[in-house]
Write a protein that binds this ligand. Structure first.
Ligand code: GLN
Length: 547
């Protein structure tokens, strides 16, 4: 039997609904249940693929090539369960499906309305492909009171009626602020937020209260009384030193116990949380620290590189070290003198250039790659980072100053070029210039073959891998010989051997760049081999400098 848990948010945004939903899922998994996480996004974009990462954080890509919200990254990292296109549902997607049906005449002359047509489509999206799991945890984006969120609240209200209270549970995540001048925690914003939810016909079953201070008996009593909730279901959610501690904190507060009680599930044995205990132990008591510089374009918002950030931390877990990350705005490295560049970068134990789009800042990224190459600092290039590493070698080693990417305009030496055709399995995929921006990229999981004796084969312990992609441009294999002359070894390609997927340098302790995005597959309990190896190399570099 499938049970549905709906997580709504109140009072303010950014309370961490995604982490809350993912943590509850991890706890239910630790109790032996099969879970599925799903996100309902009230925004009108069909998917976040066209949104600026500075506004909405990174675009997380699933195995099946869906461009989704960064919360799906939390879901995958906390549970190890790969999300699919069914797990990210936006208002834009619902409306475009309903409008397409209306155009086909599927509504048989009916007036198409929010209720029932939009709400029916939302309910169908929630219920799709859920038959073989014990729990579906469904996060509603935004905050209660947002106009865009209303159809979603209406849909989950209806589902409660249709499926019954024994199959559905409402969790409301709120803020209980501490007012310093009064020296008190305030429950009123939560009361108002629950009131707003009740006015939409939804009575929360569990309140998850984010707070910087412990909730006293008085606050719990008030919240239970005014919000019409069982006192044991008022759960305190204190700020955590690391997000990976949240499952442990919720468990101490009996969240999983209360959820199981609600559904009439009683187990005698405690859940096995040892993997979370080990992760938290390493993160809170590391045996050393190293510093990695991430040189990119969207460094003003660390959420723009959320998965890269987490994967570096996971690499640290693999070596029991703390990874300090310096976010370096590539633009600020442009036109620096040798001495100033050295002052800015020489203390770093590793340099990473992540994914990106457009020419702005690329001179700074290329300067950082050259610095890492010449000073033998471990270097990791991801997607755009690999394309720029190719340009760096051709320009600075080969003397081909005209080498460029067609992404930046036409060039006599298009070392990075738009691909017009590529293979997915046996099917030829085509790029149509001028088509909508959404969905014109090589997206999702593709297999890649590695050169047997290359460093990457040793790191992966395999010569056949599969990684997720999100890009339009490719390294132009017409110039493979030029690259070879510059010391760039292509050690991974697509299965047809045509598109370079990985480059390495053999005159450097650790210089690897990849066309795909390994950061989408790293988990705290299973650090990605490339990130673990990169941090290992950075640690060796650090120990060489600081014996
Ligand atoms: N802008 C590059 C491309 O489209 C790289 C994209 C990325 O780094 N994700 O190919």
């Amino acid at each position: 039997m499938t049970r549905f848990i709906f997580v709504t948010g109140g009072v303010v945004s950014s309370l961490g609904k995604g982490i809350a939903a993912a943590s509850l899922a991890a706890l239910l998994q630790a109790r032996g249940y099969k879970i599925l996480l799903r996100k309902l996004e009230p925004y009108i974009n069909v998917d976040p693929g066209t949104m600026s990462p500075l506004q909405h954080g990174e675009v997380f890509v699933t195995e099946d090539g869906t461009e989704t919200d960064l919360d799906l990254g939390h879901y995958e990292r906390f549970t190890g369960v790969n999300a699919t296109r069914f797990d990210a549902v936006s208002t834009g997607r619902i409306y475009s499906d309903v409008i397409a049906k209306e155009r086909r005449g599927d509504y048989l002359g009916a007036t198409v309305q929010v209720i029932p047509h939009i709400t029916d489509a939302i309910k169908a999206a929630i219920l799709t492909n859920t038959e073989d799991v014990d729990f579906v945890i469904c996060e509603i984006g935004g905050t209660v009171g947002d106009i865009e969120g209303l159809p979603f609240l209406e849909a989950i209200r209806q589902l409660r009626n249709e499926l019954g209270a024994r199959s559905t549970l409402f969790i409301h995540l709120t803020l209980v602020p501490y007012i310093t001048t009064a020296g008190e925690l305030k429950t009123k914003p939560t009361q108002h937020s629950v009131n707003a939810l009740q006015s939409k016909g939804i009575q929360p079953d569990i309140l998850l209260c984010r707070s910087t201070q412990e909730l006293g008996a008085d606050e719990r009593r008030k919240l239970a009384l005014f919000c019409n909730i069982n006192p044991s279901c008022v759960i305190e959610a204190l700020d955590a030193p690391t997000t990976y501690q949240v499952p442990l904190i919720y468990h101490q507060q009996n969240l999983d116990e209360e959820v199981c009680n609600h559904f009439g599930l009683h187990s005698k044995s405690a859940p096995d949380l040892s993997i979370w205990e080990r992760i938290v132990h390493v993160l809170t008591r590391p045996e050393g620290a190293i510093t990695i510089g991430v040189v990119g374009k969207y460094t003003g918002l660390s959420d723009a590189y959320k998965s890269v950030h987490e994967s570096l931390i996971h690499g640290g877990i693999a070596h029991d070290v703390q990874v300090k990350i310096e976010w370096i705005d590539a633009k600020q490295l442009e036109d620096l003198s040798e001495a100033n560049l050295t002052a800015r970068l020489s203390h770093l134990d590793g340099i990473l250039v992540p994914g990106g789009f457009g020419e702005r800042g690329t001179q700074g990224m290329i300067a950082a790659i050259q610095f890492a190459r010449e000073r033998k600092i471990p270097f990791f290039g991801i997607c755009f980072g690999m394309q720029l590493a190719v340009l760096e070698a051709l320009r600075n080693i080969g003397g081909h100053s005209e080498a460029s990417s067609t992404e930046f305009g036409s060039t006599p030496l298009p070392a990075i070029a738009l691909m017009t055709e590529w293979l997915k399995g046996d099917i030829v995929q085509k790029y149509f210039p001028g088509a909508d921006l959404g969905g014109t990229m090589r997206l999702g999981a593709y297999e890649c073959q590695l050169t047997p004796d290359a460093l990457v084969s040793k790191i992966y312990k395999s010569t056949m891998i599969s990684e997720r992609h999100r890009h339009r441009y490719e390294v132009n294999s017409t110039y493979n010989n030029l690259l070879q002359e510059c010391g760039v070894h292509i050690t991974g390609t697509t299965l047809d051997g045509l598109l370079p997927e990985i480059i390495e340098r053999q005159d450097h302790p650790w210089f690897i760049a990849v066309q795909f995005h390994p950061e989408f597959k790293s988990r705290p309990f299973k650090p990605h081999p490339l990130f673990a190896s990169f941090i290992g190399a950075a640690l060796a570099h650090h120990q060489r400098d600081v014996p």
